[in-house]
Design a protein around this ligand. Structure first.
Ligand code: GRG
Length: 295
């Protein structure tokens, strides 16, 4: 196991512990939705987004007690999006993170509510004073997450994606779609960590540039994995893009073209962090991890 894999697993352990604390089990009538939230959010995933938030904040010297909360908030949004994306009305997927998706384990209505509750709890966590003593900082972080998640971010990208299934998109169109659908939350992760670490404008801009290139590289690798890996390795169905004849980076650039584009983006994203010197090593490691990932 590489040194970076150990680092991201350690951070994932901290995030898991905090998410568990944010989602205490309940015996009463709320118990079912909490169980579904826990099924969708705990014990799974690479926790890449919280890692980016925590590593960006670490780089600026912020206390972990604050940055973990930003990491948990973005992971809750990510998990809600996966729960809703798996529903029959969207991707209709029975498998997520190597086990039954939330609507399969529970039912559609419970999955919708569990996603809604994770979405709202993310903002509850950011608004609480433990996230940062300065209300302006908390408000700015929440504003950025709202923009990244909603109609000018992930939700907007998902809407375009559903439409794109019926329409041919060129490279610029696919790039724009993925910047919203996947990229916006990855961008928030690094920027949110930077904001909680009270970075200056230049530092936040460098983190944003890093994460924009990283998000695109992440999506290209996702397309490559969908085309080449099996469902067991991915923990979710494979080969879906080709089956649905989706406009992907592979369709537009070819397999070799997609691989070299991802490699180019990873090198470029790391270069944005050069002004931070050695302190940027974990975030640069995350970029290599994204390029080399197998699921
Ligand atoms: C339903 C509003 C709404 C949005 C859904 C993100 C998304 C939009 C759908 C997920 C579908 C998908 C597979 C997108 C490709 C990129 C992506 C987000 C992959 C999953 O993220 P990982 O690899 O997953 O970080 P883990 O399980 O490691 O957290």
């Amino acid at each position: 196991m590489s040194a970076f894999t150990v680092t991201i697993k350690e951070t994932a352990g901290l995030v898991e512990h905090s998410l568990d604390g944010f989602l205490p089990q309940s015996d009463g009538p709320l118990g079912r939705v909490v169980d579904a939230m826990r099924w969708g959010a705990l014990d799974g995933g690479k926790r890449l987004r919280p890692f980016l938030a925590i590593a960006a904040a670490d780089m600026l010297g912020a206390p972990r007690t604050r940055s973990i909360r930003v990491g948990c908030a973005v992971e809750m949004i990510h998990c809600y999006s996966l729960i809703h994306d798996d529903l029959p009305a969207m991707d209709d997927s029975d498998l997520r993170r190597g086990r039954p998706s939330v609507h399969k384990k529970f039912d559609d209505a419970t999955a919708i509510l569990a996603g809604d509750a994770l979405l709202t709890q993310a903002f509850e966590i950011l608004a609480e004073p433990e996230t940062h003593p300065d209300g302006n900082v908390r408000c700015t972080v929440a504003l950025e997450l709202a923009r990244a998640s909603g109609k000018i971010g992930m939700v907007g990208g998902q809407m375009i994606d559903i439409y794109a299934e019926q329409k041919e998109f060129d490279l610029a169109g696919v790039t724009q779609l993925q910047r919203l659908k996947t990229g916006a939350l990855i961008r928030f992760s690094a920027v949110g960590g930077g904001l909680i670490g009270e970075g200056d404008d230049a530092q936040i801009a460098a983190l944003a540039a890093y994460a924009e290139d990283l998000g695109l590289a992440f999506q290209i690798v996702d397309d490559i994995l969908d085309a080449t890996a099996d469902a067991e390795t991915l923990g979710k169905p494979a080969g879906q893009d080709a089956e649905m004849d989706k406009a992907t980076f592979i369709k537009l650039l070819g397999m070799e073209g997609a691989k070299s584009k991802a490699a180019e983006l990873v090198e470029r994203c790391k270069a944005h962090l050069d002004p931070f010197g050695e302190a940027a090593a974990p975030l640069k490691g995350a970029a290599d991890f994204v390029f080399e990932r197998k699921n």
